[in-house]
Design a protein around this ligand. Structure first.
Ligand code: G6P
Length: 371
């Protein structure tokens, strides 16, 4: 009923709007007496200090959350981080030992490939930490430690609030590692945590643009394909934006690393093709920002319809943006928490305009427990 959906036509829109709360709930209780604490940590500080390599394994949107985590963990902890699709990892011979930390991300905690990847890692004595949204699910039960996301139950098949909560949970893991390894001073860890605590409000700000993004979605409903470009943490956001559109609107959509534009994707640009560009902050990553500005001008010159997600007040992109979607200024590593939100809304609204069931897309299951 409409009441269950919080007055919305579909659960996904309700869940998109619950994201500030999902983030606040996931952060709550994890900073105590000036230190990051993870729940149910059956791993000691010494175990965390001994970690010399991190693997992140997941499927679907959870894999994209893992890709985002790589940028933060490498930067904060100076540890090598590999992000792997669970379905690939489990059939390879990844090089692991007891000092390898495997982070398994799964909203449901029941995805068959992720579960098998956890078993594969544990057989090689790696320590596994699960990031999971479902209490007592199989993946956390078979892991050495678990950090729960508190996004609440997610009904929409396409992940939204669980995805943002997974990013935040990964960041808590990164900060816990940095704290144990001493690659960040306690005051720096405290400052990073405070930045995370400001994110629920930043996401609420993005939500004020929902109606405008929905209107854009209705305009794009007849498109044949949509491309997504991003760099740095904006690259996994582009992948996630494309995945949402495939899942919900059954539209051909691809996410690309903007630096690869000249290595192929630019050949796809034709008159009227919508291209969504996720811009980095002009202050945070000035070099990347100027490279992306030139990418947008190139694709616009070739006739693409540019949809630009950029920081509020970023005037340099205006001349190249056929549609501008503004997001609040936040630290670079945290930008996916705001830039993903309009892409979720866009995909849902395009799907709705095309007459599809946003909450139950064809052929997809919320949790893929059979292979
Ligand atoms: C399915 C869902 C996705 C989800 C993926 C991984 O494909 O439709 O939304 O990201 O499974 O699920 P998990 O529960 O392991 O995060």
């Amino acid at each position: 009923s409409a009441a269950e959906k919080g007055g919305h036509e579909y659960f996904m829109l309700k869940e998109i709007e619950e994201q500030p709360e999902a983030l606040a709930n996931t952060l709550r209780g994890h900073f105590v007496n000036g230190r990051i604490v993870l729940d149910e940590q059956r791993m000691s500080d010494q175990d965390l200090r001994d970690v010399d390599k991190v693997f992140v394994i997941a499927c679907g949107s959870s894999y994209h959350a893992g890709l985002v985590a790589k940028y933060a963990i490498e930067h904060w902890c100076r540890l090598p981080v590999e992000v792997e699709l669970a379905s690939e990892f489990r059939y390879r011979d990844p090089v692991l030992d007891r000092d390898t930390l495997v982070v398994a991300i799964s909203q449901s905690g029941e995805t068959a490939d992720t579960l098998e990847a956890v078993r594969h890692a544990r057989e090689q004595k790696a320590r596994v930490l699960a990031i999971c949204n479902t209490n007592g699910a199989q993946i956390p039960r078979e892991s050495d430690a678990v950090l729960y996301t508190h996004a609440g139950p997610e009904i929409g098949v396409a992940s939204t609030k669980a995805f943002l909560a997974q990013i935040v949970a990964n960041y808590l893991v990164g900060l816990a590692l940095a704290q144990a390894r001493g690659t960040k001073y306690p005051d720096e860890v405290a400052r990073e945590f405070a930045e995370l605590e400001a994110m629920p409000d930043a996401v609420s700000r993005v939500l004020t643009t929902v109606e405008r993004v929905r209107a854009l979605g209705r305009e794009l409903a007849d498109s044949k394909a949509v491309l997504f470009l991003g760099r740095h943490v904006g690259f996994p956001v582009a992948l996630e934006g494309a995945l949402k559109l495939k899942e919900l609107a059954y539209m051909h959509a691809e996410g690309f690393a903007a630096g690869e534009l000249k290595h192929g994707p630019i050949a796809l640009i034709e008159e009227g093709l919508p291209v969504v560009v996720v811009m980095p902050s002009p202050k945070g990553r000035a070099v990347l920002h100027s490279k992306l500005v030139s990418n947008i001008s190139e694709i616009q010159a070739r006739g693409a319809r540019t949809i630009v997600i950029a920081e509020e007040g970023d005037e340099t992109v205006r001349p190249f943006a056929d549609h501008l979607i503004e997001i609040p200024a936040v630290p670079t590593l945290l930008q996916p928490l705001v830039s993903t939100v309009p892409l979720q809304v866009l995909a849902a609204e395009i799907a709705r305009s095309r007459g599809y069931d946003v909450d139950k897309p064809r052929n997809l299951a919320k949790s893929v427990t059979v292979e």
